[in-house]
Write a protein that binds this ligand. Structure first.
Ligand code: EPZ
Length: 459
């Protein structure tokens, strides 16, 4: 029997077919086996405009579960992960219209607080519905995300925080079963210290605390710009989030039903911007203007690129990249923001594969984020892995080859390597890329790169 929860009807356990529309048209339940071919050796020139931030859009779309009415998100990139999130929200009972760069989410009548494995397996960030569902509807059933190419990626910090807010959490058959206090009641405010800064962990608890009874304090929070952006949207909805973007946050919860829908244009994607900055720096003679980027969100990268001998000019929301000399080897250690972003590690490593001398690239966030290295070996790169450090000895030339993408940022790094390699590089399994880069071949083509997508190359 469906239960009611402040006006929305809860539907438990009913299964419905899941359809995900693809940013490239048609349905896309299965990963497309497209490849991208790049012919290297050309300096890049011109302007490239940066799209909205994937890692800001995902939590903000999940935050629409906290209110009724119609919420509108602007500057949303056309990406697979956006379509997967839309499919998830529809499965939960929302009406969602995706018309990039705009997404409109309207509260349907029936809410089914369940995120099925079929969707969560496509995108780990689906776990971001857990906090809002539990806070708004008193219960949630969310598939455990499981492992990922770059690491184990547990969600213990998410669950520990929700339990501190009074939730009863159990794991059954691969699902997190969560219930509010006293059989589905409202969460209670709490003081929560994260054992380590976690981006989606912080975001999940921010959304849960926005409807909890009392004032929640979060310590050792992630400080990423995407976390700060979620704080801005929650405040627009009427929540009281103080300190988003710092390591300590205080959130005064509102009554379920009191948070308002929003209309918001999201921040630009700093990782997409960083990717084009590196792509431009791969070839001498390049001169590229990266437009619509938040420079202050890229300080660590700008610093390291300047140390490597790349000319990086910043003006307003634009970053100019010029390269007129050899690259110098620079060491990098990834860290939570404002440190060097792990999502730029693979791309920077490729830049160092052409530098004079040896650079040490140390990955401290994920335990298995060097899957691009064996593929770069196929292109003639000289890289030795020692635990969580890659010792990169710069080489004169990279050679075109067929290589395999393994995860989102690794695939971007292989495309970038192809831009500097002799002859042709074919990057396979680019469905990883489509999860996080909007129209990459058109954008690079616009800068003069010789690049094309080969549909169903591995049919
Ligand atoms: C976010 O993932 C991003 N994803 C990732 O971007 C990014 O690499 C990562 O933050 C780090 O910056 C989204 O925002 C959707 P974490 P998230 O929780 O939140 C450990 C991309 O390429 N940990 O900050 O999943 C975890 O294993 C993607 O766009 C726990 O141990 O990352 C990792 O070692 C890839 N327990 C570290 O913390 C927990 O409960 C940081 O992970 C949570 C995390």
């Amino acid at each position: 029997m469906p239960e009611s929860h402040d006006g929305a009807t809860l539907v438990i356990g009913v299964r419905a077919p899941i359809t995900i529309s693809s940013p490239r048209g048609g349905c896309d339940n299965e990963e497309t086996m497209d490849a991208i071919r790049v012919r290297g050796g050309k300096a890049l020139k011109g302007r490239v405009r940066i799209s909205g931030a994937k890692n800001a859009a995902l939590p903000i779309l999940c935050a629409t579960l906290l209110s009724d009415g119609e919420s509108r998100l602007r500057n949303v990139p056309a990406l697979r992960d956006i379509d997967t999130t839309a499919a998830l929200l529809r499965f939960l009972g929302r009406n969602v219209r995706v018309n990039a760069p705009e997404v409109v989410v309207d509260a349907g009548k029936d809410v089914r607080p369940e995120a099925p494995y079929e969707l969560v397996k496509l995108m780990r960030a689906s776990v971001l519905v857990l906090g809002p569902l539990l806070a708004r509807f008193g219960r949630a059933k969310v598939s455990l995300p499981g492992g990922c190419a770059i690491g184990a990626r547990p969600i213990d910090q998410h669950l520990k925080g929700l339990e501190a807010m009074g939730a009863k959490i159990s794991l059954e058959r691969g699902y997190v079963i969560a219930e509010g206090p006293n059989g589905g009641g409202r969460l209670r405010a709490a003081e929560i210290v994260f054992d380590l800064p976690t981006v989606t962990g912080t975001e999940n608890l921010m959304m849960a605390a926005a409807l909890a009874k009392g004032r929640t304090s979060l310590f050792n929070c992630a400080r990423e710009p995407e976390v700060e952006e979620l704080g801005r949207v929650l405040n627009k909805m009427g929540a009281e989030v103080d300190g988003a973007g710092t390591d300590v946050m205080h959130i005064k919860g509102k009554e379920p039903g009191d948070l308002l829908p929003f209309d918001h244009a999201i921040i630009p994607d700093r990782i997409e911007a960083g990717t084009y900055m590196i792509a431009a720096a791969m070839m001498e003679g390049s001169d590229v203007l990266v437009e619509g980027a938040e420079v202050q969100d890229l300080e660590a990268l700008v610093l390291k690129m300047r140390m490597a001998g790349v000319e990086v000019g910043t003006k307003g929301q634009s970053i100019r990249i010029r390269r007129n000399g050899p690259l110098k080897a620079v060491n990098v250690t990834t860290a939570p923001h404002p440190g060097f972003p792990t999502d730029m590690q693979a791309q920077f490593l490729v830049l160092m594969s052409r530098a004079k001398g040896e650079s040490m690239i140390t990955e401290t966030i994920f335990e298995n984020r060097f899957m691009h290295v064996p593929e770069l070996h196929r292109m003639g790169a000289n890289i030795t892995l020692r635990g969580r450090t890659a010792a990169v000895e710069g080489v004169e030339r990279l050679y075109g080859a067929s290589v395999m993408a393994t995860d989102l940022r690794a695939s971007a790094s292989l495309i970038i390597a192809g831009l500097a390699a002799d002859d042709e590089t074919e990057v396979r399994r680019v469905y990883h890329l489509d999860r996080g880069y909007e129209h990459i071949e058109e954008k690079l083509g616009g800068l003069g790169a010789t690049i094309e997508r080969v549909k169903g190359a591995e049919g």
